[in-house]
Design a protein around this ligand. Structure first.
Ligand code: 13P
Length: 250
């Protein structure tokens, strides 16, 4: 049985004090869940967040990392650094990294390899832009994003991969993919994985939906057969909203 996961991508939000406050609120608001619950605060607050969540089932993820093990990459963070403070999950391929920081499939393939080599779990994001959806190219776009960054992996690597379908037009816009659109794409992803690997891998991987998930729409989206939870942006910054979304995941 694949896992349900609800992950909060805090993006570049919450300073140290605000991070502490939100974590404290989350610990009260989310006492238990059948889903795995993950938060991804900014790099500078990861270590302290881990300390504050000691004993809690809420896990901590990084939002990004560099592909090199170490070296002259000013301002960057390696997998080893994350592992050394106790972070073993990382979000890679977010559309904001692709759009604002020039991350392409080839670079992401290198990051994926580095993260897996370090023994990390990856939440891998991908999704089409609005014009690609309008022109009917969304399946082709998603297939090539997956193929270029992930399909060089051996089958056993997939136990450390979580997929997050995040249509760019639904991120931070208040416009969500309908539950049917999410289900249609998630089923397509599983079919693509079955063709590239096998049905065991396709059925075993958790596929999250991301893009304007809110307390009011989470339950319906999560009820779809191939939607295994969500990657939440804005609503993960408000404890009551994130707790309600976690509750919707069961
Ligand atoms: P929103 O939930 O704010 O649309 O963001 C989704 C997202 O980008 C999560 O990674």
């Amino acid at each position: 049985m694949r896992k349900k996961i609800v992950a909060g991508n805090w993006k570049m939000n919450k300073n140290r004090e605000e991070t502490t406050r939100l974590i404290s609120e989350l610990k009260t608001a989310i006492q238990k869940s059948d889903a795995e619950v993950i938060i991804a605060p900014t790099f500078v607050n990861l270590a302290e967040s881990l300390g504050e969540l000691k004993g809690s089932f809420i896990q901590v993820s990084a939002q990004n990392m560099h592909f090199a093990e170490s070296g002259a990459y000013t301002g960057e963070i390696s997998a080893d650094m994350l592992k050394s403070i106790g972070v073993s999950t990382v979000i890679l391929g977010h559309s904001e990294r692709r759009a604002y920081f020039g991350e392409d499939d080839a670079l992401l393939a290198k990051k994926v390899d580095a993260a897996l080599k370090a023994g990390m779990r990856i939440i891998f994001c991908f999704g089409e832009e609005l014009d690609q959806r309008k022109s009917g190219d969304h399946f082709k776009v998603v297939e090539s994003q997956l193929k270029n960054a992930l399909f060089h992996l051996k089958g056993d690597a997939w136990k450390n991969i979580v997929l997050a379908f995040e249509p760019v037009w639904a991120i931070g816009t208040g416009e969500t993919a309908s539950p049917e659109q999410a289900q249609e794409m998630h089923a397509f992803i599983r079919k693509t994985l079955t063709e590239a690997y096998d049905s065991g891998i396709a059925e075993g991987v958790s596929i999250l939906y991301g893009g304007s998930v809110k307390p009011g729409n989470a339950e319906e989206i999560f009820s779809k057969a191939d939607v295994d939870g969500g990657l939440i942006g804005g609503a993960s910054l408000v404890a009551a909203d994130f707790a309600a979304i976690v509750a919707a995941a069961g």
